[in-house]
Ligand binder design. Structure first.
Ligand SMILES: [Zn+2]
Length: 135
């Protein structure tokens, strides 16, 4: 590596870094999915009692039923926050594949590792995040 470029270079993360972030993201995802499963099971048990007379009306529209159940499970027990994080985690994984992971969506600078380790799905660097929260 040529001397002097080290500090100026807005270097993307190494493969090793990305692999590490991927692990963190997948682990977080697993945790949330576990939690969702847990909540869903609880809701299922509840709703089976509550809704036992209510199901027949839906049977003709299987797609609707699926969406409906899905929404119900989420809206009943799962904080929308968690659902959002799940989405963000998937986005982060996509970005790793694309090679755009860890780049601030606003100013295009590289987000610090420390921040990404705490919030692996961060879209913005600390500065831009602060700017956004202020407005
Ligand atoms: Zn930024």
């Amino acid at each position: 590596m040529p001397k002097g470029t080290k500090t100026k270079l807005k270097k993307k993360f190494t493969k090793k870094d990305l692999l590490e972030f991927k692990k963190i993201i997948l682990k977080k995802k697993e945790e949330i999915l576990d939690h969702i499963r847990h909540i869903s099971e609880n809701n299922l048990r509840k709703s089976q009692k509550e809704l036992s007379g209510d199901i027949s009306g839906y049977t003709y529209h299987m797609a609707d039923v699926a969406t409906d159940t899905y929404d119900r499970e989420f809206s009943l027990g799962l904080a929308s926050n968690e659902r959002e994080i799940l989405y963000e985690l998937d986005e982060a994984l996509r970005k790793i594949e694309e090679g755009t992971f860890g780049i601030c969506e606003s100013c295009k600078s590289v987000i610090t590792k420390i921040r990404l380790k705490a919030v692996p799905y961060a879209r913005f660097c600390v500065k831009c995040q602060r700017d956004k929260e202020r407005t």
